[in-house]
Every structure is written in C-alpha cells, then in structure tokens.
Design a protein around this ligand. Structure first.
Ligand SMILES: Cc1cc2nc3c(=O)[nH]c(=O)nc-3n(C[C@H](O)[C@H](O)[C@H](O)COP(=O)(O)OP(=O)(O)OC[C@H]3O[C@@H](n4cnc5c(N)ncnc54)[C@H](O)[C@@H]3O)c2cc1C
Length: 325
C-alpha cells in the first residue's frame, strides 16, 4: 500500500508525484493511457498565463512562483535524466495593446518590466519549455525516484467507506493508499461528485518548420500565439472550443492558424503545416482547484488548470504536498 495514490499522469500528476516522492512519500500513479499524452502533451509550453491580468490572484501567484523555479527544475531534470526540456527564456512579444490600466496594476503588483519593441512590448521574463520533452524527463525522473507508474489503467471509481477514501477501483485491481489525489485533467469530474466541476475546452494547434532563429520571441496577438522552438519548429495556436471530448481537427482552422503567422511574418510565406492536433484543457467554472476535498476524507484535488497547467505545475505540486503531508 502506498502513502499517496495519484490519478492522472499529465504534468500535474507527475509533478505532484515528484514533489511528494522527494518529501519521502511512497507514491503510486495511475493513468488510463500512457502518461503525458493528453493536454500536457498538446500544449504550447509557454511558462506564463496569456494576458495574466485577466486571471485571479491565485493563478498569478502560482504562476509567478513556478516561473521562478522553472529554470532550475529543467536543469535538474536534464542532469538527472539526460532529457533536455529545452527551457528557453525567449521573452514574449505582445503585439496587442498592453499598456491598459488593468495591465498596469498587474505589472506594478508583480514588478514586471517591459521592453519597448517596434511591434509592441516584450515581457522579457516569459520562458517556454518543450512539453513532450519535459514530460518524458519527468516520467523518467519519477521512475528513478521509485514512484510506481501504472499505465493503461483507468480508475473507474474511488473506494470509500464512511466518507473516507481508501483507494481506487480499476478494471484490473483495487489500489489502496493513505491519501488519494485526483489529477485527471479534463476528465477529473468523472471521479468527483459534481459532474460539471471540470470540463474540456478543446484547443487546436499547428506546427510548421522554418529556419533556426527566424523568430526571436514568443509572439502574442489577438488571443493567438506563435512559439519558436530551438530547432526551427514554430507552433501556432490555438482555438478555444466548448465541444465536449471531440478531438477532431478542422483543416480550415489549420489554414487560419497558418495565415495568422504568415500575415505577421511574411518571411514564413510558403511554410507547410507539419502537424495539426487538438487537446482538452481542464476548465472549471470557478478557478483552478488545489485543495483537500471538502466532503471526503483523505481525498485531494489538483486540477482545473485550464490554459496554465504547464505554467503552474511546480507550485501546484508544492501546494498539494503541503496539504497532503
Ligand atoms: C492547445 C493547448 C495549448 C496549451 N498551451 C499551454 C501553454 O502554453 N502553457 C500552459 O501553461 N498551459 C497550456 N495549456 C494548458 C495545459 O496543457 C493544461 O493546463 C495542463 O496540461 C493540464 O495538465 P493535467 O495534468 O491536469 O492534464 P492532462 O495532461 O490532460 O493529464 C490528465 C491525465 O489524467 C489521465 N486520466 C484522466 N482520468 C483518468 C482516470 N479515470 N483514470 C486514470 N487516468 C485518468 C489522462 O489519461 C491524462 O493523462 C494548453 C493546452 C492546450 C490544449
């Protein structure tokens, strides 16, 4: 029997597993698929909320705290696993108007500096990671730390007795633990009593290939963004679709995303879409949920990170560790 049973092996589940394991807990992590193939894989890897002044203090506090440790975290993962998460502080060029009263309040509060740019303002501190890589590194790291990772094993329901959670029931066997933590991303509601608490908001994204260093910064304009990777790949995203768990992609959307980038950077004219995909952000009607469950003993929830799960993962994991331990 483990100390902690984590349901869900995305960035949130695996970061929580790492942090709890480093604090001395014996951790088992279950995923219904292979770990890290859902939202965390699909995301852009920008380590900052987009338009952060539109988010709650909770999201901002967790994001800023996470931003401060991301560089060291990625360096440690690289050293321990040999997998480079490609953390780059590329800065974010905002082409939208950023000097609004609301944005100014946020900038003053968090002491954010902006560098003027011909096409807008650059938020110098914003970094990026390459999601599939940080996820591979995390999985390798937690395995080395002795976390038991069980894949292709869906949790059907929690095992409870007198309002105390004892573990999780799967098709194959029951898993028991002192504490159970739900990190099921957009699927988390199926394990919580409130069916609508967390729901999927689909995002479509494309990648094109350009010459290395063609773009210097991440670019944000009118809700869409462009992320230049180290090897010349450029990600462009993303849509916000409230369509349930439909992962289909739409060619028209792919073409629109391509037009978005070539209109702003004509030097990319002629680039072809290499890949086009979709993922489900875990959205909630309230805010991110990082808490001890209010009705069931020994149950914890770390989910609802919506557009900011990569950005908030380290501090969310710290918070869960503090609650659990
Ligand atoms: C297109 C797109 C772009 C994004 N860009 C960014 C960005 O630039 N920066 C940023 O910070 N965030 C971004 N996000 C958001 C970010 O990806 C999510 O907030 C984050 O990945 C959520 O992580 P998670 O671990 O909660 O969910 P997931 O990665 O979805 O992981 C949940 C896991 O739980 C498993 N699971 C669910 N139910 C069960 C069950 N019953 N039994 C067993 N396993 C189960 C699933 O298989 C899955 O592996 C983006 C998202 C999308 C879709």
């Amino acid at each position: 029997m483990s100390d902690c049973l984590i349901i869900g092996g995305g960035i949130i589940g695996m970061m929580s597993a790492r942090t709890l394991s480093m604090a001395g807990s014996r951790v088992t992590l279950l995923d219904q698929r292979e770990c890290a193939k859902e939202s965390s894989w699909a995301g852009g890897g920008i380590i900052s909320p987009l338009y952060p002044w539109d988010y709650s203090d909770l999201v901002n506090d967790f994001s800023i705290a996470s931003q401060m440790v991301y560089g060291d975290l990625c360096a440690a993962l690289f050293e321990d696993t040999g997998i480079d998460p490609e953390y780059i502080q590329s800065g974010l060029l905002m082409m939208d108007k950023y000097d609004t009263p609301k944005a100014r309040v946020w900038m003053d509060k968090y002491n954010i500096n902006i560098q003027k740019h011909l096409r807008g303002g650059v938020f110098k501190d914003v970094a990026q990671v390459r999601n599939p890589r940080i996820l591979r590194a995390l999985k390798s790291d937690i395995l080395k730390r002795g976390v038991e990772v069980v894949e292709h094993t869906k949790v059907d329901e929690l095992i409870t007795e007198n309002n105390v959670v004892l573990g999780a029931k799967t098709e194959y066997k029951n898993y028991y633990a002192d504490k159970v933590i739900i990190c099921g991303g957009a699927w988390s509601s199926s394990l919580l009593s409130d069916d609508n608490k967390i729901f999927p908001i689909k995002g479509q994204m494309i990648v094109i290939k350009a010459e290395i260093d063609m773009l210097e910064h991440i670019v944000l304009d009118q809700g869409c963004y462009i992320i230049p990777r180290k090897d010349g790949h450029i990600l462009v995203g993303s849509t916000m679709e409230d369509v349930g768990f439909d992962k289909g992609i739409d060619k028209k959307v792919g073409d629109e995303l391509l037009a978005f980038v070539t209109e702003r950077f004509p030097q990319l004219e002629g680039a072809k879409i290499k890949h086009h995909w979709a993922g489900f952000r875990p959205a909630s009607k309230t805010d991110v949920i990082i808490e001890k469950h209010t009705q069931l003993e020994h149950l914890y929830v770390n989910t609802g990170h919506f557009r900011n799960g990569l950005s908030m993962a380290p501090e969310s994991a710290n918070r869960i560790k503090d609650l659990v331990c």
